[in-house]
Design a protein around this ligand. Sequence first.
Ligand SMILES: N[C@@H](CCC(=O)N[C@@H](CS)C(=O)NCC(=O)O)C(=O)O
Length: 216
Amino acid sequence: MIQYKLIYFDVRGLGEVSRQLFHLAGVEFEDVKISRNDEQAWLELKKSTPFGQLPILKVLDTESQKEIEIPQSSAIGRYLANQFGYAGKSPEEKAMVDAVIDQFKDFLVPQKQLTLAVRTKKSEEEVNRVKEEIVTPAKNEYFKILKKLLGNNSSGFLVGNGITWADLQISDNLTTLEGFGLFTPLEEPILAKFHEKIMNTPSLKTYFEQRLASLL
Ligand SMILES: N[C@@H](CCC(=O)N[C@@H](CS)C(=O)NCC(=O)O)C(=O)O
C-alpha cells in the first residue's frame, strides 16, 4: 500500500493543486499544514527538506518501507497527475498540459512581486503601481493565451476532453487573481465559464465548500 503525505504551509499557494489532485482522484493523503506564523517550526523542518522549501510530497510504500520525498510543486503535481490519470491522455496532450503549466509558472514571476508587495505591507500606492505596471501587462498576455486555448477546444477544458492538472492550476490561479481584483468574471466571460466549470467539478465541490477560510 502507498501512503502519501503532502507538507506545505497553511495557504493555497504552491501546494493547492496537489491537494486538489488527491480530492479529484479520491485518494487518501495526509495534508500537513505548517503555520506560517510558526517560524520556529518551519526553520526546524526546513533543515530536513530535500531542497529547503515547501511543498514536499512523501510517498511511503508500506510493504517495502521505502519512502521517497519529492520537492518542487510542479514535480509533485506532475507525479500525482500521472499516478491518478490527470496528466493528459497521450504524449501530445501531456506536452500541452506541461506547456500550460510552464505558462502559468512564467506568469508567476510578475505575480510574485505583487504577493510580496502585499505581504510586506507596502503602501497602497506601491501595490497599485506593481499591479498596473508589472502584473497587468503580463496578465493580459497570459489571459490571451488561455482564451485562445479555450476557444479552440469545445470540451470546455484547456487540453483534451477531460480535466487535467493544468485546469486545476489555472482555475486556482484565477481564484487568486480575483482576490487581487485582477480577474473580474463579468469582464472575462470565457475565463469565468471555465473557472465556474472547474469549481463545480463534482468530486471537488465538497472540498471547495469545506476548505478552510484561510485557504479561500
Ligand atoms: N520552485 C519551488 C518554489 C518553492 C517555494 O518558493 N516555497 C516557498 C513557499 S511558497 C517556501 O518554502 N518558502 C520558505 C523558505 O524558502 O524558507 C516550487 O515550485 O515548489
